[in-house]
Design a protein around this ligand. Sequence first.
Ligand SMILES: Nc1nc2c(ncn2[C@@H]2O[C@H](COP(=O)(O)OP(=O)(O)OP(=O)(O)O)[C@@H](O)[C@H]2O)c(=O)[nH]1
Ligand SMILES: [Mg+2]
Length: 488
Amino acid sequence: MGFTPGPTDPFLEFMRPPPDETPAQATARLKRELDAQRVSDRIDEEIKQERALAKKEKNVVKVLLLGQSESGKSTTLKNFRMRYAQADWEKERNGWRSVVQLNIVRSITTILSVIESELNGEAPAQSDDDEATQVDNGEDQSMKFTDRHQLLMIRLAPLRGVEAELKRRLGSGTEPVSVQPALAMTATPFEDPAASKNLRKSLPEFAVRSWKDVLDRDGQPPRTEEASADLDQATVTIAVCMNDMKALWDDKTVRLALKRRKLRLPDSAGFFLNDLDRIASRDYVVSDNDIVRARLRTVGIQEHRLKFTHGPFDNPKIGMVAGWEWRIFDVGGCRTSRAAWLPFFDNVNVIIFLSPVSVFDQRLEEDPRVNRLEDSIILWTSICSSKLLAKTQLILFLNKCDLLRRKLKRGIKVSSFLPSYGERPNEVIPVVKYLREKFKDIQKHSSPEPRSTYIYPTTVTDTEATAVTLESVRDGVLRENLATSQLI
Ligand SMILES: Nc1nc2c(ncn2[C@@H]2O[C@H](COP(=O)(O)OP(=O)(O)OP(=O)(O)O)[C@@H](O)[C@H]2O)c(=O)[nH]1
Ligand SMILES: [Mg+2]
């Protein structure tokens, strides 16, 4: 709106046109005033829009899930959605069926390949595990494959076709990470914006998409009769093979061969293969526990939004904190995917960093020269010391405590892989406590400015325990964000 001074206004004199103004000068003056008014109106409008956006964005918390591949980022996201986005979670349930089926079928075909190699007398391939093999040297060692195994292999051969079909349906997240030494992978490619830009051009990891894109192909009713037939065919073939799969998985000779070859099946393979009666049936219904164990590698960045309609506490200044939105970004964790992280560091409020504690004796899939725990420590150090992230709230999940427990029970010694652990007891609590202190020290010494870090020991496949953790995370995040926006 223009400014018109009133009759007693001190600006009146100043705004009055000069008495000797010619018509041409008057036109020029009016044009100047009009132009100035337009600029002023535009600025007013921009300020208004910025204010509206700021008001809207004030209730948005940007959360980034970080950590190496298989650390449990997507599983953590699933827990968030299961708890705080129940309607979407239910909608996607059916879509996970194919992922679980593929997880099973892939484990079985991997086992079949091991038997094939054994029968052909091939030398074991290099494993990504340093884990000591514990094969009895007694009579079991001499157990050989028999005709029965040959027959099982023939009967289970159709699963290779099912695997190809499910992979085709589910897309690139089903492929294991390929070893790419040519890309000279460092642990922290995001520290070099130029390299990050170059990689960005060549890799599929950079597309922003939702995992719904993958699941929806399957979660929706099949669009064609052919697709419907495919879907049924996969389920039928799996059901037909159920007993043979069970026989293969329960076979002592097979188990010994897997140990001998140090075959590392995915973390959830045992969970699924021990429950084939339920999962390999024709009328299999996917449970929450299945979904958090179903492995689908994240390719590209996935964005999910959570709306918190009720705040966790009353605030006398602003009333009930409601209407908060979390934008959670889940990224691929393998080294070739990490260059894509950089653009998401801008204005991120919270990072939930996952470091699996069970991996002290494992190597990275994408670079078998690198120990996984070492990779995780390098990554954490880099995130803590990043100036861009200096004001970001850091939350650390020391994840896979259940797998750590299992590993230690098998007698694997932490100190053999982590000499600094020394003579401390080879038990879960002291190991987690030790790692917690190490990660905390790194944060303290490398953060550009002081901040506190919230550290939780987790097993994110345990949905009940994780629900309690997430509640505490949610409240802590809201409290911290309210504090920084000076509302409390
Ligand atoms: N037993 C056990 N398995 C876990 C745990 N956390 C994750 N997993 C399993 O580990 C596998 C990998 O987990 P994801 O959540 O897909 O890992 P990610 O960090 O998203 O991996 P990328 O997408 O490759 O970066 C899945 O099969 C999970 O079910 C845990 O605490 N315990
Ligand atoms: Mg993932």
